[in-house]
Every structure is written in structure tokens, then in C-alpha cells.
Write a protein that binds this ligand. Structure first.
Ligand code: MN
Length: 186
């Protein structure tokens, strides 16, 4: 995915940050009724219980990172087609407007978090979330996710989060994955 994201960033992000969340999730659910649940169910169950925020954080970060990698591909970018293109045109004002709104949501997320393209009530929406929060926990269908924790871009872009977001949209975003999620949601 270089030069948009360097191999150093992918290595640190996947093998250290994501792996730490996965290991913590496995450790925290061990011996509880959560241990045999699918990851998605662990996230939904713990998201509504403040005392379980520690488990929610690690489980949600594990899920969201898996989703983040699928939201990208080498030689990504370009334009969506078919039903997804139609929905972006009708719900979000077209591809250029989508990019502007998505980039603004990702850049404007204060501190750590994520920006998402989701289906909410049948319509595409762009939202951002703080820290480990994910629209999936609220039953929303996610189509794309970008990680805006500093670990996602600092090695390559330092404080220039907007440049990371622009490169992600132009060179990495995986429209085929987003289109598959849209089909699954209907
Ligand atoms: Mn991350």
C-alpha cells in the first residue's frame, strides 16, 4: 500500500496495535460467558454496560481494525459503480461531495477515533466515532472505516492527518468491499 501507507506503519499497526487489542480481548473474555460468543456479539453485549467498557474497547478495536484493512486495497481509490454509486449520488451528493464530507469527518474527529460510511435507516451516512466506538455496536451496517488514531499515520505523515486521509481516499479505498457490505445490508 506504499507510498500511501508504508510497510513500517502496516507492520506496527497490525502486528503491535491490533494484536494487542486481540490479545487483550481474549484475555478479558476468558472464563466469562462472552468467551464463546462471536466477536460482533461480544461488542454489542458489552457496549451497553458501562462496567464492561474495558472489554468493549478491546473487542471493538479488534473488529474495527479487521474492517479497516478490508476497507483498503493496493491500487484502490477510483470510483464506485452500480448500486453503491447510485446511493452515493442520491444520499451523499456524488463522489466528490462524499470525499469532502468523509475527509471532513475524519479530519474533524478530535483526538483518536474513526470515520465511517454506514447504512442507517436505508440511507448512506458518514459519521465519526471517538476512541473504540463503532456504529456496528448500534446495529448499523458499516461499508468503510478509516482509522484516525495517530498510530495509523504518524510514522508516515506526522501531524498531517489530512494528507493521510486524502491519500487513503485517492489510492487505497476499496469500493468493491463497500459494495459487498451494501449488498449484504439489503
Ligand atoms: Mn489503529
Amino acid at each position: 500500500m506504499a507510498p500511501a501507507i508504508s510497510s513500517t506503519t502496516v507492520d506496527l499497526h497490525y502486528n503491535r496495535h491490533q494484536k494487542a487489542a486481540l490479545n487483550a480481548t481474549n484475555r478479558l473474555v476468558q472464563g466469562t460467558e462472552l468467551a464463546d460468543m462471536p466477536l460482533e456479539q461480544v461488542i454489542k453485549v458489552t457496549s451497553t454496560t458501562p462496567a464492561r467498557i474495558g472489554i468493549f474497547n478491546q473487542a471493538a478495536q479488534t473488529w474495527s481494525h479487521k474492517f479497516y484493512w478490508k476497507s483498503m486495497r493496493p491500487n484502490g481509490g477510483g470510483a464506485p459503480s452500480g448500486r453503491l454509486k447510485e446511493k452515493i449520488d442520491s444520499d451523499l451528493g456524488g463522489l466528490d461531495k462524499f470525499k469532502q464530507t468523509f475527509a471532513a469527518a475524519a479530519a474533524g474527529q478530535f483526538g483518536s477515533g474513526w470515520a465511517w460510511l454506514i447504512v442507517d435507516g436505508g440511507a448512506l451516512k458518514i459519521v465519526s466515532t471517538s476512541n473504540a466506538a463503532t456504529p456496528m455496536a448500534e446495529g448499523k451496517t458499516c461499508l468503510l472505516a478509516i482509522d484516525v488514531f495517530e498510530h495509523a499515520y504518524y510514522v508516515d505523515y506526522q501531524n498531517r492527518r489530512a494528507d493521510y486521509i486524502a491519500a487513503w481516499l485517492d489510492q487505497l479505498v476499496n469500493w468493491d468491499f463497500a459494495a459487498e457490505q451494501l449488498i449484504k445490508s439489503t
